[in-house]
Design a protein around this ligand. Structure first.
Ligand SMILES: Nc1ncnc2c1ncn2[C@@H]1O[C@H](COP(=O)(O)OP(=O)(O)O)[C@@H](O)[C@H]1O
Ligand SMILES: CC(=O)OP(=O)(O)O
Ligand SMILES: [Mg+2]
Length: 403
């Protein structure tokens, strides 16, 4: 079976074409820096264990144009891997917000699309591009079964004491206002790998997903018990362009005292804050370069970013009542050794110490970076949301659920 996975992030589109059930990757790619002048598509074709890499640099203003370019590459006369879009039987889509309607992966119907659309206001950087991806894919692959895999699904196991807000009861019961959590596909994928690696029955894990969006989860025996994002993907850690936790008074002050309207405040907190607001750069690679050039704003932002994560680690170690491993994943977590070092500095009390040489290794595979004597394993596990999505889609079409 040819199964194509589309993962639209806030700044990127990742995609992979799999032969299932063998999980063989036929081609994969990444459209990065969407919205910037120098967006890059890196398309990889795998043939007989050989890899051909095709890099293209072109302006890509939005996710729709990005996806159209990807489809051109898939069906290209010379480097294409399919001749006809009808060769794709299943398309798996990452959908960020599924609310309380979707604790499981779902076949996309008009009703599913209506639910996804209803949740646009809660995930404005994501659900619209996920939805666009679905509509583009329905046109390009009209014969394929389209399936949605939700970021929120993994977190549906959180207990009410973790997901409820202390606001009047009816806001939850009538309006569904609660914490949902995001990046669930990634947290689940790396947690499952960590558990297999630890080969231990009872496990307490903290998974730390640091991409453009960032979140952390406390995972007990493979089940999510708490996570840092909330009603929408704005809460918790400092991110590329999102503030993470702030005192709600900031919003009232901006609106009531300084005359901002709520739309502006939303744009500020979602798109102009986080590392971008503090430094002028949203991409961690630009920030580390600025630090090397002596930029004090960049250094402070970097310190704040690490400090916020450290605070959540303390909270989650308490929630879990113990810790076997912490896992770093996603663009920043997998690649930025300095941030891992800064986060784990002075954490001996929790049993966390990093081995400098192991942390500096440029090995791309899953690896352990703690010192030999450390009580807690510190793991770097490359996330693979696309593979996790492919597995869940394959399971669903192989064992369809009664409706
Ligand atoms: N070598 C690197 N060093 C530091 N940060 C990196 C590196 N490579 C990628 N990143 C960071 O990873 C981020 C993107 O992560 P990713 O998980 O792909 O994000 P998303 O899925 O949210 O678009 C970029 O913003 C960049 O800051
Ligand atoms: C939910 C979220 O923040 O996703 P991403 O990191 O892909 O932007
Ligand atoms: Mg991502």
């Amino acid at each position: 079976m040819n199964l194509f996975v589309i993962n639209s992030g806030s700044s990127s589109i990742k995609y992979q074409l799999f032969h299932m059930p063998a999980e063989k990757v036929v081609c994969s790619g990444l459209v990065e820096r969407i919205g910037l002048e120098d967006a890059v598509i890196t398309h990889k074709v795998y043939k007989d264990d050989q890899q051909e890499v095709i890099p293209l640099t072109l302006p890509i203003p939005d996710h729709g144009i990005g996806l159209a370019e990807v489809v051109k590459l898939l069906t290209d006369d010379k480097i294409g891997v399919i001749q006809n879009p009808q060769e794709i039987q299943v398309v798996g889509h990452r959908v960020v917000h599924g609310g309380e309607s979707f604790a499981q992966t779902a076949i996309i119907t008009e009703a599913t699309k209506a639910e996804i659309k209803k949740l646009f206001p809660l995930a404005p950087l994501h659900n619209p591009s996920n939805f666009l991806g679905i509509e583009v894919a329905e046109q390009i692959f009209p014969k394929a079964t389209q399936i949605a895999v939700f970021d929120t699904a993994f977190h549906q196991t959180m207990p009410a004491k973790a997901f409820r807000y202390a606001i009047p009861e009816e806001f939850y019961t009538k309006l569904g206002i609660r914490a949902y959590g995001f990046h669930g596909t990634s947290h689940k994928y790396v947690a499952d790998r960590a558990i297999a690696y630890l080969s231990k029955k009872d496990t307490n894990l903290i998974t730390i997903h640091l991409g453009n969006g960032c979140s952390m989860s406390a995972v007990k025996n493979g089940i999510c018990v708490d996570t840092s994002m909330g009603l929408g993907p704005m809460n918790g850690l400092i991110m590329g362009t999102r503030s993470g936790d702030i005192d709600q008074s900031v919003i009232f002050y901006l609106v009531n005292q300084l005359g901002y309207d709520l739309k502006e405040v939303n744009t500020i907190l979602n798109k102009k804050s986080g590392m971008l607001g503090l430094t002028g750069f949203s991409d961690m690679r630009d920030i580390t370069k600025a630090i090397e050039l002596g930029d004090m704003h960049a250094q402070l932002a970097y310190d704040m970013y690490a400090y916020r994560i450290k605070k959540y680690m303390g909270a989650y170690a308490a929630v879990l009542n113990g810790l076997d491993a912490i896992v770093f994943t996603a663009g920043v977590g997998e690649n930025d050794k300095k941030i891992r070092e800064l986060i784990c500095r002075e954490m001996e009390y929790l049993g966390i110490t990093i081995d400098v040489a192991r942390n500096n290794s440029s090995d791309k595979d899953m690896r352990e970076i703690n010192t030999a004597e450390a009580r807690v394993k510190v793991l770097v596990i490359p996330t693979n949301e696309e593979l996790e999505i492919a597995r869940q889609c394959f399971d669903l079409v192989s064992n369809p659920q009664p409706i």
